[in-house]
Write a protein of this length. Structure first.
Length: 290
């Protein structure tokens, strides 16, 4: 298939593009009429969205709308959209399945929810079929591609930067949550498992929204411990107060995507995810600056 990838230079888009090319698909540009669009492009920092909501609504909604209109104009009728667990807000129950009520607590989450709603209308009115993949915490690396956001706010690369001596310590925001070790719990999903979900979504002709995580949860302290074990390095930590808007636990139910698309994650352990990330960071200690 010919796939038009938007945001393919980013962390998740780069790995999905790698997998698409490995599977013989073409990541086609405007000279070709693509069979589908994979839409990874977005501003994706929750904190920044609380400071500058306009940037988030303009890019994630208005620019997304431009993309949809271009698809309609050129007859492209299939899109796979990078959505997020941030559209749910603090959950009423865990794990979070697709019946949970979306209640975003940031402009970032709101912008993604708004785009999901727009997709529904473009399907109904223009016949644009969509799959929304609501990622939980994308993590890990392939041999070539890894995580290097600027600024880096994600936990695993931040901890590994400390292991590499690039940063003096890791700040832990909140150690008094109602969790076994007092730190926040998140659902880490390996980037290749996430990319595989995109490949499966390509083969799907119906529309749908799917939550995408491994269903397990790891606390901030567990992530740091795993990084110490895998790297063999001392990793200093500093305990800080809670950050506004951090729910104690976010864990996905991925039953729906397993049942409907046959998705099965290959990376079930946090150590395996960290190990893949560490190999990449050692190879590229300055990320994509090298
Ligand atoms: N990383 C995660 O854990 C995570 C979790 C949930 C959802 N997501 C979503 O997944 C997608 C990819 O995330 P990522 O971690 O790879 O982020 P990223 O910042 O590495 O990649 C996003 C890419 O999109 C590009 N981009 C932004 N606006 C654009 C525009 N208007 N036109 C063209 N390109 C544009 C950026 O330059 C960047 O290269 C985003 O939509 C994000 O909201 C990510």
């Amino acid at each position: 298939m010919k796939i038009f990838v938007v945001g393919g230079a980013g962390y998740i888009g780069s790995v999905c593009s790698e997998l698409l090319l490995n599977e013989g698909h073409e990541a086609a540009l405007s000279t070709h009429r693509p069979d589908a669009v994979m839409h990874f492009a977005a501003n994706a920092l929750v904190g920044e969205s609380m400071q500058n909501p306009s940037k988030y609504f303009r890019n994630n909604i208005c620019n997304g709308l431009n993309l949809l209109d271009a698809m309609v104009a050129t007859g492209v009728r299939r899109i796979i959209f990078s959505s997020t667990c941030a559209l749910f807000g603090p959950p009423d129950r865990l794990p979070i399945d697709e019946t949970a009520q979306p209640r975003p607590i940031s402009p970032y989450g709101e912008s993604k929810l708004a785009f999901e709603k727009i997709l529904r209308w473009y399907d109904e009115i223009h016949g644009v079929k969509f799959v929304c993949l609501r990622y939980f915490n994308a993590s890990g690396a392939t041999e070539k591609f890894g995580e290097d956001h600027r600024p880096e706010t994600h936990l695993i690369p931040t901890v590994l930067q400390v292991a590499l001596g690039e940063k003096p310590n890791v700040e832990i925001y909140g150690t008094d949550y109602d969790t076994p070790d007092g730190t926040c719990i998140r659902d880490y999903i390996h980037i290749l498992d996430l990319a595989n979900a995109h490949i499966l979504a390509l083969g799907e002709s119906a529309t749908g929204c799917y939550n995408l995580g491994t269903g397990g949860g790891s606390s901030v302290r567990e992530v740091i411990e795993s990084c110490r074990k895998i790297t063999g390095r001392k990793i200093e930590t500093i305990e800080k107060p809670r950050r506004a808007g951090d729910p104690p636990r976010l864990i996905a139910s991925s039953k729906k995507i397993k049942k409907e698309l046959g998705w099965q994650p290959q990376f079930q352990s946090l150590d395996a995810i960290v190990d893949s990330a560490w190999k990449w960071h050692q190879k590229f200690p300055r990320g994509y600056s090298d």
